[in-house]
Design a protein around this ligand. Structure first.
Ligand code: GRF
Length: 189
């Protein structure tokens, strides 16, 4: 059986990237081959180094105006592109290069609280402001619009009137770390 190869894109801390990499560290048929970022200050870089996973950094121009990153992924025989806190819109050619082979995790129950500008604390602040009774995660395929691809998996947590955006973020992150690696494994089975 050939090894399935994952590339993870992250722009920030990289706690999801780390959990995914740890989950597959001893896996017989799946490996995290590459971690890529547009942000040289991203915390994900240090986490990748500790996990001995190659890091590729790129700038906005390279990502949006050339095919260098798509070609790199193809040369590396990547089977699944995983976005984990990646803040850039995916250019059309990259979406086309990985049909149903690129996924993202959003820290809310799409289609609510998604779209441009809805990331990180903004999402949880909006959920609290809307006095929602629940929030959660959405794992979905990626297309050329923010947070609009077909939904693969959702998990929810309760939100009460005493919750803050920080306490919601903490509950959502538990769901992220608990479910993203296993959902990825199912997609590659
Ligand atoms: C997570 O909330 C994830 O749902 C969203 O971006 C955040 C990434 O967090 N896509 P981290 O960098 O993996 O800690």
């Amino acid at each position: 059986m050939s090894i399935k190869r994952i590339a993870i894109f992250a722009s920030g801390s990289g706690s999801n990237a780390e959990k995914i990499a740890q989950y597959f560290a001893q896996h017989p048929s799946v490996e995290v081959s590459l971690i890529l970022s547009n942000n040289p200050q991203a915390g994900v870089i240090a986490r990748a180094r500790k996990l001995n996973i190659p890091v590729v950094l790129f700038d906005k121009k390279t990502f949006t105006e050339t095919q260098k990153i798509v070609e790199l992924l193809q040369n590396q025989r990547i089977d699944l592109v995983v976005l984990a806190g990646f803040m850039m819109l995916i250019p059309e050619p990259m979406v086309q290069a990985f049909p149903q082979k690129m996924v993202n995790i959003h820290p809310a129950l799409l289609p609510k609280f998604g779209g441009k500008g809805m990331y990180g604390h903004f999402v949880h602040e909006a959920v609290v402001a809307a006095q929602e009774s629940e929030s959660g995660i959405t794992i979905h395929y990626v297309n050329e619009h923010y947070d609009e691809g077909a939904i693969i998996f959702q998990a929810s947590c309760s939100v009460s009137s005493t919750d803050t955006s920080e306490s919601v973020a903490a509950k959502v992150q538990v769901l992220e770390h608990q479910h993203y690696p296993a959902v990825i494994e199912q997609l590659l089975a």
